[in-house]
Design a protein around this ligand. Structure first.
Ligand code: 0O2
Length: 217
């Protein structure tokens, strides 16, 4: 039999394999359910975009992205929220599934929102308008947490999905800020943060101007 080299076994590794198996099972099941929820929401948004094109000869949605939160990110969030490090805390997370909708103009954001929220099977859980009230960092986006039903073989689940709706300019800004924050491990130098805030204000003006020009026709 292979002799374990004790130095290879971290002392803090106290979880049993049964515990690990349970967590892996929960995560796998949730990933399946949340992937289905992303598909439901994405399909609804695609249909709205197609209908809009047919009626108005124009697409409000430029493109969409989606993601499932990683296990690391879930554990980091549970820790940051001060929730118990238990499997049950995973179920409190409302942004396990995320869909990002990138629109051409500001009005498109609210048009997409109202068309989606009027659907009978969509339930709004939380709405945060960081466009009307941008974050201190300069971040702008409309955040919705909605519940959507997914129909499995033996039951129906209502899964939360976080939808971020923003313009191309808002998205460009958020990507740059996220990259800089990540590079600097949250300690962004003050002058960079100030530059970013200035940039966010310019981009807000740009969005407003583009919207105005678009409405001229
Ligand atoms: P990821 O991978 O982008 O999803 P919390 O989720 O606890 O941090 P809260 O209040 O529940 O905070 O949600 P909030 O702040 O409304 O939205 C969180 C998500 O919005 C973040 O997700 C980002 O995607 C985005 N976001 C919020 N504020 C900023 C910001 O200042 N800059 C940028 N670039 N993005 C922001 P995650 O979890 O960070 O990761």
């Amino acid at each position: 039999m292979y002799e374990i080299n004790e130095s290879m076994v971290p002392p803090e590794l106290a979880v049993t394999l049964d515990d690990a198996k349970e967590v892996a099972g929960v995560f796998k099941d949730l990933k399946m359910r949340y992937s289905a929820a992303i598909k439901e929401v994405s399909t609804k948004l695609e249909v709205l975009d197609i209908e809009y094109r047919l009626k108005h000869d124009y697409n409000p949605i430029h493109h969409m992205q989606s993601r499932l939160k990683t296990m690391d990110s879930i554990i980091e969030k549970i820790g940051r929220k001060g929730w118990p490090m238990e499997v049950s805390s995973i179920y409190k997370i409302t942004d396990f599934a995320g869909v990002r909708v990138i629109c051409n103009y500001i009005d498109d954001i609210y048009a997409v929102e109202s068309s989606l929220l009027r659907q009978d099977d969509i339930k709004l859980i939380r709405r945060t308008d960081y466009i009307k009230e941008p974050k201190e960092s300069g971040y702008r986006s409309l955040h919705l947490v909605v519940e959507v039903p997914i129909f499995l073989s033996d039951r129906t689940y209502h899964m939360p999905v976080e939808i971020q709706i923003r313009t191309i300019a808002m998205d460009t800004w958020a990507s740059l800020e996220h990259e800089l924050k990540y590079k600097n491990k949250e300690n962004m130098p003050g002058y960079v943060a100030e530059e970013l805030k200035r940039c966010a204000r310019s981009m807000a003006e740009l969005d407003a101007t583009m919207q105005r020009i678009h409405k001229m026709y």
